[in-house]
Ligand binder design. Structure first.
Ligand SMILES: [Ca+2]
Ligand SMILES: [Ca+2]
Ligand SMILES: [Ca+2]
Ligand SMILES: [Ca+2]
Ligand SMILES: [Zn+2]
Length: 539
C-alpha cells in the first residue's frame, strides 16, 4: 500500500501560493399577456397582510404552531389528475429550490426548450409554492387592479386616502427606492441596511428587515422590490424575485433571489420575530408522492379552479402571525406547459493520472441530482478506492485544508483539489443550470485570507469581469473598488508543469470546471462570477 503514503495523495497543503509573492397571494402568476386571476384578493409580501388583516402580518407554512426545529411540509400530487407523470420531476425540483434557499441573481433565462410559446411549469410552480409557504407578491401585481408596468410598484395598502399614490420618482424606474408613494403604507419587508432586494443580511429577523419606511436608508423614500428593471439599478441585471408577479412565456426563472430567501427566513425566525431563539423553524418541504394521505400542499391541474395557476390558501391568525389550514395549487391545463423532466446541464472533464487539479462544478447540484462526492465522482472513479487512488480536498479559510468524505456535499462556486492515480478518467457532472452565486470570502471576521473558489458556469468568464460584493451589499468591479477587497490576480494550478499560472486583469480567464485561489483583503465580502452571456443563451 505504498499509494497510501503517496505524498501528494496525503495532502495538497504545500500547493497554496505564497502570499509573500502578492503585489498587493393573490396567489396567481400571470403572463405578460395578462391572464385573469380569479382569486380572492390578498395582498402583502406575506399572504393576507394588508389593511384588513394587519400590515405587520407574517405568514407561515402549514404545520408551524410556534414550536421550533425542522418543519416538514408534505407536498403531494393529487391522484387521477392530468399531467401527473410530467409534473413529478419539476415538482421535486421546485421543492429543492425552496429547501436549498440559495440566494442568487441573474436568475432570468429566455431560452426555454420548445420555444417562446411554451410556459415553464417548474418556474411557475416555484412561485406558487412560495405562496403556499406564506409569501405574497412584493409588487402590486394583478390584485391591485393596476395595469401594465404599474403592477411593478412595491406592494402597499392604499393608505388613508383610499387610493394608490404612484409616481416613479427621479430615476423613472417603477418599484425602486425613490418612488413617490404618498400615504400608501408599504407591505414589503426591506433590508434595513440598504433597501436592496438583490442582497441579503446575515441575520434575518425584524431587527434587520423592516416594513416601516421611516427607517429607510438616507435618501430613500419607499421600499424597493426585486423587479427586473429595478435589478439594473443594483448592478444585478436579468434578476427578478421569484415572488414578483409577472413571468413571460418562453422564460425560465427557477432559482430564488436574495429577497425570496430573506422573506422566508424572516418567517422562519418564528413568532418572536427574532433569529436564533427556540421558536425558529427550518422549512423542509417533502415530496410525498402521488397521494391524498398526510398532505399539506396538494398540486393538480384543474380547469375549474384557476385561469392559469394559483395557490389557494385558507388560514387562521393569532396576533401578527398567520397559520394556513389548507393550501392547494391549481394549474389550468390549456397552456403549452413545458415540463423539465431531465437534468439539462451535463458537462465532463478529463483528469490526468498523478496530477492535482483545482476543480469546480459547472452545473447546479442538489436540485435534480445529488451533490455528494460519491454521487458526482463515484460513477467515474471507484468509491472503494477513495483515499487510496483518488481524493478531494476543500480549503476552509478559518482552518485550512480538509479532506472530503464520500458523503460530503459539493457546492457551486467553490474550488476543490482533486487527484487520481488512475488513467483515462472522465468526470461527468449532471444537474441544473446555475444562476449567479455570491460565494462568501474568508471566515467572515478576518482580513487577508486565501479562498479556493470556482465558477458555477459551463462557459468561461473573463477574470476582469468578476465582481466582489462589499459588506454593504454593493457590487464592486475591478474598475472601481474591488481591488480594495480582493487581490486582482488569481492563481490556477497547472498540473502538468507543476506550477501556478496567474489570472490577471489583462489576460485572465476563469474557465469552466476550474478552481482558483483568490486572496481576500476585507472581512465579510463575497465573490460573484457574473453569468457569461453564452451561459444564458445556450440550452
Ligand atoms: Ca423609482
Ligand atoms: Ca394612498
Ligand atoms: Ca425566533
Ligand atoms: Ca460523474
Ligand atoms: Zn403569484
Amino acid at each position: 500500500m505504498d499509494i497510501l503514503t503517496h505524498k501528494e495523495l496525503t495532502s495538497p497543503v504545500e500547493k497554496t501560493p505564497n502570499p509573500g509573492t502578492l503585489a498587493a397571494s393573490t396567489l396567481c402568476l400571470t403572463l405578460a399577456l395578462a391572464l385573469a386571476c380569479s382569486n380572492n384578493a390578498l395582498a402583502g409580501a406575506f399572504v393576507f397582510a394588508g389593511s384588513a388583516n394587519g400590515e405587520n402580518l407574517i405568514s407561515h407554512p402549514r404545520g408551524y404552531t410556534g414550536t421550533g426545529g425542522q418543519l416538514d411540509v408534505n407536498v403531494c400530487i393529487v391522484p387521477n389528475t392530468p399531467n401527473i407523470s410530467s409534473m413529478e420531476q419539476p415538482v421535486k425540483n421546485a421543492i429543492a429550490y425552496w429547501n436549498k434557499r440559495q440566494p442568487t441573481s441573474s436568475n432570468l433565462r429566455n431560452h426555454l426548450p420548445g420555444g417562446t410559446s411554451n410556459i415553464d411549469f417548474e418556474s411557475i410552480f416555484v412561485h406558487e409554492l412560495g405562496h403556499c409557504v406564506g409569501l405574497a407578491h412584493p409588487n402590486f401585481a394583478t390584485e391591485s387592479q393596476k395595469t401594465g408596468n404599474d403592477r411593478n410598484y412595491t406592494k402597499s395598502t392604499k393608505g388613508d386616502n383610499f387610493d394608490y399614490d404612484i409616481a416613479p420618482g427621479a430615476d423613472g424606474v417603477i418599484g425602486s427606492g425613490d418612488d413617490l408613494r404618498g400615504d400608501d403604507k408599504n407591505l414589503h419587508w426591506f433590508r434595513l441596511d440598504n433597501n436592496n432586494p438583490f442582497s441579503i443580511a446575515s441575520i434575518i429577523d425584524t431587527n434587520t428587515y423592516v416594513r416601516d419606511v421611516s427607517q429607510l436608508p438616507n435618501g430613500d423614500l419607499f421600499a424597493a422590490n426585486g423587479d427586473r428593471t429595478v435589478s439594473t439599478l443594483f448592478s444585478a441585471p436579468n434578476s427578478e424575485a421569484i415572488m414578483q408577479q409577472g413571468a413571460f412565456s418562453g422564460e425560465i426563472q427557477r432559482t430564488l433571489l436574495h429577497d425570496d430567501v430573506a422573506t422566508i427566513r424572516l418567517a422562519m425566525s418564528g413568532i418572536d420575530e427574532t433569529a436564533n431563539t427556540s421558536d425558529d423553524y427550518t422549512l423542509n418541504l417533502v415530496y410525498a408522492g402521488i397521494s391524498d394521505q398526510n398532505c399539506d400542499i396538494n398540486v393538480s391541474f384543474n380547469d375549474a379552479k384557476t385561469g392559469f395557476a394559483t395557490c389557494r390558501t385558507s388560514a387562521s391568525s393569532s396576533g401578527n402571525h398567520l397559520f394556513p389550514t389548507s393550501t392547494n395549487v391549481y394549474f389550468h391545463p390549456d397552456f403549452n406547459w413545458h415540463f423539465n423532466n431531465a437534468p439539462q446541464c451535463s458537462q465532463s472533464t478529463n483528469l490526468i493520472a498523478g496530477e492535482w487539479r483545482m476543480i469546480s462544478m459547472p452545473c447546479q447540484l442538489d436540485i435534480s441530482t445529488p451533490n455528494t462526492v460519491e454521487a458526482v465522482f463515484g460513477d467515474d472513479l471507484t468509491p472503494a478506492d477513495y483515499e487510496t487512488r483518488w481524493v478531494l480536498y476543500e480549503y476552509l479559510p478559518a482552518s485550512g485544508y480538509r479532506k472530503l468524505e464520500l458523503t460530503d456535499p459539493l457546492k457551486e462556486g467553490v474550488g476543490y483539489w482533486v487527484t487520481t492515480l488512475d488513467s483515462d478518467i472522465t468526470v461527468d457532472v449532471e444537474g441544473e443550470y446555475n444562476s449567479n452565486i455570491d460565494h462568501p470570502l474568508g471566515d467572515g471576521t478576518s482580513t487577508g485570507e486565501w479562498n479556493l473558489v470556482g465558477t458555477p458556469f459551463r462557459f468561461d468568464t473573463t477574470w476582469a469581469d468578476v465582481q466582489v460584493i462589499d459588506t454593504d451589499g454593493s457590487v464592486t468591479t475591478f474598475n472601481d473598488t474591488a481591488t480594495e477587497l480582493i487581490n486582482d490576480t488569481a492563481w490556477h494550478w497547472n498540473g502538468s508543469t507543476g506550477s501556478y499560472e496567474t489570472l490577471t486583469l489583462t489576460s485572465g480567464t476563469l474557465s469552466a470546471f476550474d478552481g482558483v485561489w483568490v486572496y481576500s483583503k476585507k472581512a465579510g465580502t463575497a465573490l460573484r462570477v457574473p453569468m457569461p452571456e453564452a451561459e444564458r443563451t445556450t440550452q
